[in-house]
Structures are given as structure tokens and as C-alpha cells.
Design a protein. Structure first.
Length: 321
């Protein structure tokens, strides 16, 4: 496994890091809006965590809302088997409204932070993100939300502060005022606005850490699906229209064949292509790859070598056609 320095945090983390969204299992919010992942087994999650540690994947990402704390609890349950001090733990706050009608209520943020520490069985996380950039129609909750997480830092409950969102342009809107140590944008070779929005330039100019999430677009980019697919209740993937689009499914299968041919010398040519292409243009960043079981950890552990520019451009162009 290759490692990078996560920007100005100076933390050494694996270029392929572990995303644990799926460990929360299936879940919904509001009127049955799916926000989780169906079919996840706790024993698989624990085994994957231990194997990830053994394979040198030392950066694990979770959130207070993944399974309403279930993902955090699973991580916290294994410190009797591995060393907490050897794992860089990131969690998030802000997606859970609690009893309020808006995100980032300061009291609820503090409540959830204490719950996260309890779930993770730690006194301090390495990184806490503001989970998204929805700070109110007039941005009226931003200043207070930032003050709360800064206080977490002052009180020794987190080492670093992060800012996350599905849209790079929304991160850009708040990044200067937030001044995060690390950002977490959505990015994959099919959906990529990292450079076009100016986020890449800002990261480089300010030596920020960056962690890309959903690098395989929830599994769609692997090309493993042969026909449109539906998902169980509570599975976030049910909201992704491309999974129900046979034209897209067929395109992913075609790209899979092309990747297998181009990277035939790699044990996992498709994953090597779509994941490692994201590392070509980032020196202070990593990819958060979901690893639901030991088999997926073993695949992840063989990734993380950035593609040469010519190969990365070739891969990205496959998904622009």
C-alpha cells in the first residue's frame, strides 16, 4: 500500500482508504428516503476492518448517520483486536437534523459529537467533517456550525476539521471561510468537476488534504451489472437513475472490456483504471473506497498506484463518450 501526506495535517494515510458508509446497513430518513446500503452483515464489516488494518489501510471514514451510529459502533468494537493509535479516524456531523427543522443546530451537533466519541470508543477523532454545505438559504447557520466544530478542536475532541459535499462548487463557496484542513468531494471518472470548479487549484495552493468519495459510483463503474437493477428498501443506490438505465449499464460493460484489455497486466484491471485514475492529479489526497468484506479489502490493497497521465486521460475519456 502506498501512503501520502494528507496535506497540512501531516498525517500519513493510505492512498486507498476505507469508506464505511455501507456498514450502517439499510436506513431511511423522512418519508422513507433511502440513505443506507442493504445487505450488509456486521460480521463481514468487522472482518473487513481487521483485514484492512492488516493490509495497511490505515484511514477509515465514517459518519454519525451511517446506520444511525451503527458504522461508528462497529469500528469502536474492534479496538481490543487492533491499535486505535494506528488508525486515522474521520467522522462527520450535520446530516442528522434530530428534532429540528434545519441542519447544523449547535446543540444537536454537540450531542452527536459526544455520541460519536462514545460509539467509536475514543476520546478524540482525527478528523471531523461538516457533512455537507447546506447551511440555510441565507447561509445563516454556517458561522455557528463552524464555531461548534472549532470548539471541538479546542476541547481536544478532534485533531482536524474537514468540509464535505456532493458538489465541488458548493465546497468552493465555503472553503475560504471554513479554512478546513481536509475536504471530501464526490468524484469519479464519470462525474468529475474537481478541476473545473477551481477546487483542485485551491487544494494545491493551500496544501489541503483531499479524500474523494464514491470513486466507483456505488459500484456502477465496475461493469458488473448486465441489466438494470433495483435495490431493497433503505438502499441509497435506488436513487441513482443510471442503475435503471440499460444504455448506461451496457456502456459500463463495454468500458469494462476495454479496461481489461488495456490494463491486462494488473490483477484487477477495471478497479485499477477507474480508481487509480483519480490519484494521478492529486499529491495530498486519497480515495475512500467502500470495502464491504474481506475479499473487497484484498482487492483494495492492490490498488493505489496513480496512473500515468496518458492512461488516466484515456480512462476518463471512456466515460465522456
Amino acid at each position: 500500500m502506498e501512503y501520502i501526506t494528507l496535506g497540512r495535517t501531516n498525517a500519513k494515510v493510505s492512498r486507498i482508504s476505507l469508506g464505511t458508509w455501507s456498514y450502517g446497513g439499510a436506513s431511511t430518513v423522512g418519508e422513507n428516503q433511502p440513505v443506507g446500503w442493504a445487505g450488509q452483515d456486521d460480521n463481514d464489516s468487522r472482518a473487513a476492518l481487521i483485514k484492512a488494518f492488516e493490509r495497511g489501510i490505515n484511514h477509515w471514514d465514517t459518519a454519525d448517520v451511517y446506520g444511525d451510529g451503527r458504522s461508528e459502533q462497529l469500528i469502536g468494537s474492534i479496538w481490543n483486536k487492533i491499535s486505535r493509535d494506528e488508525v486515522f479516524i474521520a467522522t462527520k456531523v450535520g446530516w442528522d437534523m434530530g428534532p429540528y427543522d434545519y441542519w447544523y443546530n449547535s446543540d444537536h451537533m454537540r450531542t452527536n459529537m459526544e455520541r460519536s466519541l462514545k460509539n467509536l470508543r475514543t476520546d478524540c477523532v482525527d478528523l471531523i467533517y461538516l457533512h455537507h454545505c447546506n447551511f440555510g438559504k441565507q447561509e445563516q447557520y454556517f458561522d455557528e456550525a463552524l464555531e461548534v466544530v472549532r470548539r471541538f478542536q479546542e476541547d481536544g475532541k478532534t485533531r482536524f476539521i474537514g468540509l464535505s459535499d456532493w458538489f465541488s462548487d458548493k465546497i468552493m463557496k465555503f472553503i475560504e471561510r471554513c479554512n478546513p484542513d481536509v475536504i471530501q468531494p464526490y468524484r469519479n471518472v464519470m462525474d468529475d468537476s474537481y478541476e473545473a470548479t477551481g477546487l483542485k487549484g485551491y487544494v494545491e495552493a493551500n496544501n489541503l488534504g483531499v479524500c474523494f468519495f464514491s470513486p466507483i459510483k456505488h459500484g456502477l463503474l465496475t461493469g458488473k451489472y448486465t441489466e438494470s437493477v433495483s435495490f431493497e428498501m433503505g438502499d441509497f443506490r435506488a436513487t441513482i437513475n443510471e442503475f435503471a438505465d440499460q444504455i448506461v449499464i451496457d456502456k459500463m460493460r463495454t468500458n469494462k472490456e476495454k479496461l481489461e484489455k488495456r490494463f491486462s497486466n494488473h490483477p484487477h484491471p477495471v478497479m485499477h483504471g477507474v480508481v487509480d485514475a483519480l490519484l494521478t492529479d492529486v499529491e495530498t489526497g486519497c480515495v475512500l473506497l467502500g470495502q464491504r468484506n474481506v475479499a473487497q479489502v484484498k482487492v483494495a490493497a492492490q490498488l493505489g498506484s496513480a496512473l500515468p497521465d496518458i492512461d488516466a486521460d484515456w480512462v476518463k475519456n471512456l466515460y465522456k463518450e
